[in-house]
Ligand binder design. Structure first.
Ligand code: IPM
Ligand code: MN
Length: 374
């Protein structure tokens, strides 16, 4: 019997291709695992009205963790049009499966390393090493939204939020509300994850990315919890920056930042910015990590226009697979993947189009395995 059971979730489009490449790497480096395929993605939305069927989450519960490729998602109107006949009338709503997985498995910590691989022609600078800790289950992603906004709701809101008065006369259909919910528990566990990581890996600083001067309640709670947890780690430098200023600082002086911690939507945006500093979509990867389970993924989408061409850069998926190996305690294999990726990028001989090369996705996989063994 294999040592690990891993849920294998290729998803849609190029997700399938980069996952095929990842298997070449994991098998090449002999990870002792069995991989159980899970149905997930657009096909299952169209055919079954659910892009994440229950059989898939049930199967995942029998595994230690999952590797996930990419998924197509479309605006609600198009999503409905693509449903098969009888499902069209069922009033179904499309929800992003990855967001659902994060909530259903309570994968509250989205860890996104952004480390410049030496010699990557896409690096903005060479000395960038920023890990973003993004809260992954609440904030604006909790899905608590209103529209139309009824008079009853407005009246209930205005009692505790007097500023709501401004909107009392706006017709129900002409206003929509999306909330940003932060709980003390949610704030504390992500902030703690960031400090624990900094402590373990001897990083010098942790920065909270927020906007408490405007988002007084939620930003205030995040800041309060951050200051409390920071006191437990006096040897780690800590401060807070406003999210807008952070966007500028990250472009100007990325080398000054080591660990960032953010609520969900700020983390979504800031981690893409950080990812672009070190190679962009071809390299950006993340782990969605909870107390009991984890899902690792490249950040890119399913890129329908490239589907079937085997041309996209699989490095992001290899780095996600590396994170997965670290999570499983397979540090030697993780280090080999890193080495294989680094040599392949540095040599620049067998790389995809985004790195100026001509190699196909699966050729890169074989090259990474070869270099990992050196
Ligand atoms: C990410 C993605 C997702 C998100 C999308 C696909 C819902 O952008 O993992 O960052 O917004 O969280
Ligand atoms: Mn994102």
């Amino acid at each position: 019997m294999a040592k690990y059971r891993i849920a294998w979730l290729p998803g849609d489009g190029v997700g399938k291709e980069v996952m095929e490449a990842a298997r070449i790497v994991l098998d090449g480096l002999k990870l002792n695992a069995e991989y159980i395929h899970g149905d997930i993605g657009w096909e299952f939305w169209c055919k079954e009205g659910d892009p994440l069927p229950k059989r898939t989450t049930d199967m995942m519960k029998t595994t230690q963790c999952a590797l996930f490729g990419a998924i197509t998602s479309k605006p609600q109107k198009e999503a409905k049009e693509e449903l098969i006949g009888e499902l069209k009338t069922k009033n179904l709503t499309y929800f992003s499966p990855i967001v659902r997985l994060r909530q259903e498995f309570d994968l509250y910590c989205n860890e996104r390393p952004n480390i410049a691989i030496p010699g990557n022609p896409l690096n903005l600078k060479e000395n960038i090493n920023i890990t973003v800790f993004r809260e992954n289950t609440e904030g604006s992603y909790a899905g608590v939204e209103f529209g139309p906004v009824t008079d009853d709701l407005k009246k209930a809101m205005v009692k505790d939020a007097p500023k709501m008065k401004m909107f009392m006369d706006t017709p129900a259909d002409d206003i929509a509300i999306s909330t940003r919910i932060i709980t003390r528990k949610g704030a504390e566990r992500i902030i703690r994850s960031a400090f624990e990581h900094a402590d373990k890996f001897k990083r010098k600083s942790v920065t909270l990315v927020e906007k408490p001067n405007v988002l007084r309640k939620t930003g205030g709670l995040m800041t309060e919890v951050f200051e409390k947890v920071a006191k437990e780690y006096p040897h780690i430098d800590s401060w807070f920056d406003n999210v807008d200023a952070m966007a500028m600082w990250l472009v100007k002086s990325p080398e000054k930042y080591e660990v960032l911690v953010c609520e969900n939507l700020f983390g979504d945006i800031i981690s893409d910015l950080a990812g672009q500093l070190v190679g962009g979509l071809g390299f950006a990867h993340s782990g969605n990590i909870g107390k009991e389970y984890a899902v690792f993924e490249p950040v890119h989408g399913s890129a329908p226009k490239y589907e079937g061409m085997y041309k996209v850069n699989p490095m992001a998926t290899f780095l996600a697979a590396k994170m997965m190996c670290t999570y499983l305690g397979e540090h030697e294999i993780a280090a080999k993947i890193q080495k294989g990726v680094e040599i392949t990028v540095k040599e620049g001989k067998v790389v995809t189009y985004d790195l100026g090369g001509k190699a196909k996705t699966l050729e890169v996989a074989h090259e990474v395995v070869k270099n990992a063994m050196k």
